[in-house]
Design a binder for this molecule. Sequence first.
Ligand code: ADP
Ligand code: MG
Ligand code: MG
Length: 467
Amino acid sequence: MSTLNRELTEEQLNQLSLEVKEYAACHGLVMYNRASQLNHAPITLLPTPIPRSSYEKVWDFAPELNVLVHRVSLDHEFLLKHLEGVVEDEFTASLIDIYKKVLEKGIKQKITLGIHRSDYMLHAVDKEEPLLKQVELNTIAASFSNLSCIRADLQRYVLSTQNIQGYSPENVPDNSAREELPASLALAVQLHGAKQGVVVMVVHPNEVNAFDQRWLEYHLWDKHGVRMLRRSLLDFHERSVVDESGRLTIDGHAVSVVYFRAAYTPDDFPTEKEWKGRLIIEESDAIKCPNIAYHLVGTKKIQQVLAVPGVLEKFVSEDTARDLRLLFVGLYSLDEKDESLSQTLQKARENPHDYVLKPQREGGGNNIYGEDIVKSLDTFSAKKLSSFILMDRIRVPEVQTYLMREEKISKVEGVAELGIFSVFVSDAEDKVVYNKAAGFLLRTKVAKVEDGGVAAGVAVLDCPYLV
Ligand code: ADP
Ligand code: MG
Ligand code: MG
């Protein structure tokens, strides 16, 4: 890493910004800003070094995580028992209500499709080489698979054609997300079997990241001849029909797969109508990505419960459990009934900067850090606190880099977060028919900003450089 140049000259910066701008325009590496103007996606001008061995390890673990999610999703008792304490969180409580309703009526569709992204950050302890540790596992609306592929293509192109001392394009890993996500969706459509069945992507209005989603739509069409529609939860409430055998149609199209790129935050449910739309989908025989159980497995609470000694072993072999646990940092229950609660609270009060306080939320910008943790512990009721978890703070080594946002460049100390996509399909007999690691996303944010993703306007698209 010491031989990699992290300083760019004025001339290099000018050249690179032109390369980014024009490559992005030609290849669809674009996003909307908040004012709905089209722009190149926010990006770093240099890739970020990631230790190869750690990268390969988390890559290899992706299929094991898929199996873990699947097995936990089938254990209804386990899920309901461990989520009981977080129902003070109204949003999660509503998801659990849907889950209970479909369990009562009987699950109409056994085929499952998982498109997950497990996120990691390098954790530097003492002087040892930093290792990737899991931040969280996203089972719903894992985004940026396509823009991330184009970002990696751009990186290889730039490193091949521009003279940036110390870098070689071969160290940028292959990103298979462009192929794998559509392949898993197409397989699910085929297994579902509806004549001319479509995939419906559930989207929210004014999506800034619409182009990443559009790429998925186009690849699915170009490679597999499968159509993808974009609809909102409200559209489902107003215009979808489920017949007596559970078949779902919307605007006359038979729906084979419902793929959620919305419905993961309370903002996506402004009224009861959206909740009704969500329930219609879950009660139908369409394959859901994710189904409600997969969604719940992705909660921070379940992440914490799985890290309790002995729990992973219920779902995977002892060897796998031991290896998976090496990816975790400390995760602590804040449930009012937890035996070690007072110890946990004391640790958090004494060293709040060593922890992150996390609610059951997705999409970035929801966590609590530092002195605000102490304030929260002082003011939250025991019930409210039960719906949070506490996590060891990951100590990410800072790397100097250049961010480019709407054509403006800034030189910053950045921290990177690596996401590994994975895809999983099991059939109606619960046999695993597809299970793979499926590409990567690297995001970088300014080190002193604590939270937030690319769509939230905090992080930018980066690219791993394996060292
Ligand atoms: P979300 O589902 O909202 O994305 P995350 O768990 O990914 O929730 O947290 C959001 C962001 O907060 C992450 O992208 C990361 O930047 C930061 N973060 C989360 N957990 C930790 C941690 N344990 N240590 C340091 N930073 C963290
Ligand atoms: Mg998340
Ligand atoms: Mg996250």
